[in-house]
Design a protein around this ligand. Structure first.
Ligand SMILES: C[S@@+](CC[C@H](N)C(=O)[O-])C[C@H]1O[C@@H](n2cnc3c(N)ncnc32)[C@H](O)[C@@H]1O
Length: 216
């Protein structure tokens, strides 16, 4: 595993918190979001081999759903989450579903990669987790080749949506697990080179959305 020092400076508690979340994560998240993951990953081509970045890979719940043809780089800032993803990929390899994965301990808001390296970037449940989602999306766009795609799956408020309970819970939630107040349109306006190809409402009355972005 490549261990690049990309310190996560803005919210150190969040990284610690994912140590506690890691053992519970699959039990809580795997089943409810499976269909949404499948829907999002449909946008990933499976005919032409490319380089794919999984930014904030977590425990690797996407791995079994990914086309084996691509070369993957999986990054997370929490070693406990990453360790689970590595174990999952070993199981996949043992069961004959070989996936080439390079593992990186790093920060999604300061990606340790040169510009225009990847054909696709997967941002599943990371944009609404990091304290600076524009920085996270902007970094994904930077490492993406021209014409490449970003697959986003996350929970977003719509512009001017009151969502009083979610906003009230946000000060605590953002420190421990995830933000609840991220408005996708505001994030996108900070990264103008990206264009929306599709935007599909999914779970929880469209709170969760599957969004495909293309690098102009
Ligand atoms: C909600 S989980 C999503 C994991 C996975 N993408 C999924 O779809 O299940 C958020 C993940 O992002 C990681 N994470 C949070 N902030 C990060 C950052 N700044 N850089 C890299 N990883 C981060 C956490 O460690 C955690 O594994």
């Amino acid at each position: 595993m490549e261990n690049i020092d990309q310190p996560y400076r803005k919210n150190p508690l969040l990284r610690l918190s994912y140590n506690l979340i890691a053992p519970l994560y699959d039990i809580l998240i795997s089943r409810p979001l499976l269909d949404a993951r499948i829907q999002s990953l449909r946008a990933m081509p499976s005919d032409v081999a490319g380089k794919v970045l999984l930014s904030g890979v977590g425990t690797g719940l996407d791995l079994p759903l990914l086309p084996a043809i691509h070369r993957y780089t999986a990054l997370d800032f929490n070693a406990a989450m990453l360790a689970r993803a590595i174990r999952r990929s070993e199981h996949l390899r043992n069961s004959g579903k070989i996936k080439e994965v390079d593992w990186v301990l790093g920060d999604s808001m300061a990606l340790p990669f040169a510009d225009a390296q990847f054909d696709h970037v997967v941002l599943h449940l990371i944009l609404a987790v990091v304290p600076q989602p524009v920085q996270c999306l902007s970094e994904a766009a930077r490492v993406l080749k021209p014409g490449g795609t970003i697959l986003v799956l996350d929970k977003f408020l719509h512009p001017h949506q009151p969502a009083l309970l979610r906003r009230a819970l946000n000060p605590l939630s953002r420190r421990l697990a995830t933000r609840l107040d991220v408005v996708f349109e505001e994030v996108l306006s900070g990264v103008p080179q990206l264009q929306v190809s599709s935007d599909v409402p999914l779970l929880a009355g469209g709170w969760f959305r599957s969004i495909v972005l293309r690098n102009r």
